[in-house]
Design a protein around this ligand. Structure first.
Ligand code: AMP
Length: 291
């Protein structure tokens, strides 16, 4: 396993793996790794000759300094964990390496970005687009793996590679959960004990929305109301959003022929939690979740 801290070094390695015609799986992360990240790495290992994992807490995608400062980090632990997996390269640049000068180019979204997390975290997806465009050029993977816990990110990244012709296959990976259904997240360590107990209600709220869909059909407002009512009764955290949209287009016009996403976000003192289900109009899961 090679740990690479500079773009120059990564370019050298890239040159050799490209010469050899290898398939390259890429797993971009912000570190503090857990089983969710490791599932993406397993998928990449299974389907590619080599796997590159990046660890970079991207300042451009944080719209609050306190959130960036409080983001958990432990590179030593991450490295130890990755040694046990078949990871070929860890790309671990610092901010100066990724953003040596102020930028002239700004990327923005004309759709998919003004709802869900894009609405409540202005600038977040622009930061994601920026760092991924850079990382995709630096690593030049054939495949890139993204978790469906961040389903809006998957939708945005799919648009990025299609619109800007990145020759990369985007592979969505189902959400990995704790025993009580809470989606695994690096941010979960920032939950207080009572908040952690409550957090299992996010997935239960999504099941309430799914039940509403199955029993009453594609009635967007009713689905949203049922999920909201459940969360209002069961969590003390601030409900950031509850929505039901088409997927991956993220429009509020939902139809029988398209997948839908039911998505929630709840803000606690030091952690904001998100979760979602992606379903067809009968309420069947489109991506099978595994624990
Ligand atoms: P992050 O380090 O939070 O930026 O996440 C890096 C990648 O891991 C993203 O593609 C996330 O969607 C994915 N990921 C994070 N948590 C999970 C999870 N619980 N299940 C599956 N993928 C996840």
């Amino acid at each position: 396993m090679n740990i690479i801290e500079t773009i120059d070094q990564m370019n050298n390695e890239k040159y050799s793996y490209q010469q050899e015609g290898k398939s390259v799986g890429f797993v971009p992360t912000m570190g503090y790794l857990h089983e969710g990240h490791l599932k993406l790495i397993e998928e990449s290992n299974k389907n590619n000759d080599i796997t590159v994992v990046s660890i970079f807490v991207n300042p451009k995608q944080f719209n609050q300094q306190s959130d960036l400062d409080g983001y958990p980090r432990d590179i030593t632990r991450d490295q130890e964990l990755l040694k046990q997996y078949d990871v070929d390269y860890i790309f671990y640049p610092d901010s100066k390496e990724m953003y040596p000068t102020s930028l002239t180019i700004d990327l923005s979204l004309s759709s998919r970005g003004n709802v869900l997390c894009g609405k409540t975290r202005p600038g977040h997806f622009e930061g994601v687009l920026l760092v991924l465009s850079k990382l995709f050029h630096i690593v030049s993977p054939t495949h890139a793996y993204f978790g469906l816990k961040d389903a809006q990110q998957v939708a945005v990244v799919k648009a990025l590679v299609e619109d800007l012709n990145f020759n990369i296959q985007i592979i969505p990976v189902p959400t990995v959960r704790e025993k009580d259904g809470l989606a695994k997240s690096s941010r979960n360590v920032n939950l207080e004990p009572l908040e952690r107990e409550e957090a299992s209600h996010l997935i239960k709220a999504l099941y309430v929305g799914r039940k509403c869909l199955i029993e009453h059909g594609l009635k967007r407002n009713e689905i949203i109301r049922s999920v909201n009512d459940y969360l209002n009764k069961h969590v003390t955290g601030q409900i950031d959003y509850v929505d039901c949209l088409s997927y991956p287009t993220l429009s509020n016009e939902i139809t029988e022929n398209h997948a839908i996403i039911i998505a929630v976000a709840v803000k606690y003192k030091k952690a904001r939690l998100i979760d979602n289900f992606i379903l067809n109009s009968n309420g069947d899961f489109i991506y099978k979740e595994r624990n």
